[in-house]
Design a protein around this ligand. Structure first.
Ligand SMILES: [Ca+2]
Length: 373
């Protein structure tokens, strides 16, 4: 439904209320005519195109859908929220919530039904030093057990912690890391920082990884979004340079063993042996792109500072369209996931210290992708 139509319906409702045709008693709209029945039905459609599934979250970072229909959300300060018939909080021990670090990504094992494995990417302290790691747990009911660190050695920092983890179509677990504010690490293929990593579900290194370690691609600054299209291409969002020349945020197609240029090239710059982004935000615009999802020929990714959902039409590796959706509607957006119902689920990030929280922030929002404005 278009924005114009929504405005029209809202105006129609106001007119009907003012004319006394509808009267309101305690949250209940009582209808007196078939025309108003129709208006009410249309309003239900408006409501269903966009709705808040949960509010009062605290810096939600990732969403997962359990096979039983319940929703799991990571909160950066170190809590896992289980939305079942109410809301259960599961503490994740050992999380260091500093700057952009904390409890970040989450992925369910492709055979979660059988093994109940959930994977978390988090910032912690190892021998007094901030580090990021991926841990595997067993989740049964609202209890985490059998904690096992399966990937470690990623430097943590108050900035550029990466944090997205997802299982790929090859059954491997991919993890994005940032340069931890040490940009020289991105070009060093022996460092796990400034990389996209790829490991087996038990943390071991796949024999076909390009450098004999967990590194899959390098030359990244801070990647926070991963999505595979139906052709198997891996799309990744990446934060470009910061204040005072904030901009040059990237959307890349990721190839095994390839170098994505940071900090040597940025934006449209090209250099032999390095891959430039499919699209970038330009030198004057900042998306601050985070989560990514693929649905029906489009890659969707969220913008933190951009406060929008970006929709990129793709054909093979080419862009066919670029649209900015929901701009300014919900504030900063962190994650986007396709639900089992085919709807897009987004989380806001207005309580992360860089936003302007409004009532009930942060939120988990459900959006009908065919009604995006
Ligand atoms: Ca790049």
């Amino acid at each position: 439904m278009t924005f114009t139509l929504k405005i029209f319906l809202a105006a129609l409702l106001i007119i009907l209320l003012l004319s006394g045709s509808i009267y309101v008693t305690e949250k209940v709209l009582k209808i007196k005519s078939p025309l108003l029945d129709l208006a009410n039905a249309l309003l239900d459609v408006v409501k269903n195109d966009e709705s808040t599934v949960a509010g009062n979250l605290n810096i939600p970072w990732e969403i997962a859908f359990l096979p039983n229909g319940n929703i799991l959300i990571t909160e950066r300060p170190g809590k896992l929220v289980l939305l079942d018939d109410n809301k259960k909080i599961i503490e994740v021990k050992g999380v260091e919530h500093i700057g952009e670090g904390g409890l970040l990504g989450m992925a369910l094992h492709p055979e979660f039904n059988k093994n109940h494995f959930v994977y978390l990417y988090l910032t912690t302290k190892v021998n007094g030093e901030l580090m990021n790691e991926v841990r595997r747990y067993k989740l049964e009911g609202n209890s985490l057990s059998e904690e096992k660190t399966i990937l470690s050695g990623i430097l943590g920092s108050k900035g550029h912690d990466g944090g997205r983890i997802k299982f790929g179509p090859d059954g491997m677990l991919y993890a994005t890391t940032g340069d931890a504010l040490h940009e020289n690490l991105s070009q060093d293929t022996t460092s796990l920082n400034g990389k996209i990593l790829r490991i087996k579900d038990n943390g071991s290194i796949p024999s076909d990884n390009p450098f004999g370690n967990a590194v899959y691609s390098y030359g990244h600054r801070n990647v926070q979004g991963l999505a595979w299209d139906t052709r198997g291409n891996l799309w990744a969002t990446e934060h470009g340079r910061s204040f005072p020349k904030s901009g040059l945020d990237e959307l890349n197609v990721i190839k095994k063993g390839a170098n994505y240029g940071w900090p040597i090239i940025q934006g449209d710059e090209k250099k032999k042996g390095m891959i430039s982004p499919v699209i970038n935000s330009g030198p004057y615009e900042t998306w601050a792109p985070a989560g990514a999802a693929y649905l029906n020929g489009r890659v969707y990714f969220t913008g933190l500072r951009g406060k929008a959902l970006y929709e990129v039409g793709i054909s093979s590796k080419q862009l066919t369209s670029f649209k900015k959706r929901l701009e300014g509607e919900y504030g900063r957006l962190r994650s986007v996931t396709v639900g089992p119902d085919g709807m897009l689920y987004l989380t806001t990030s207005n309580r992360d210290g860089r936003g302007n929280p409004v009532v009930n922030d942060d939120k988990l929002i459900k959006i009908n992708p065919s009604a995006l404005r």
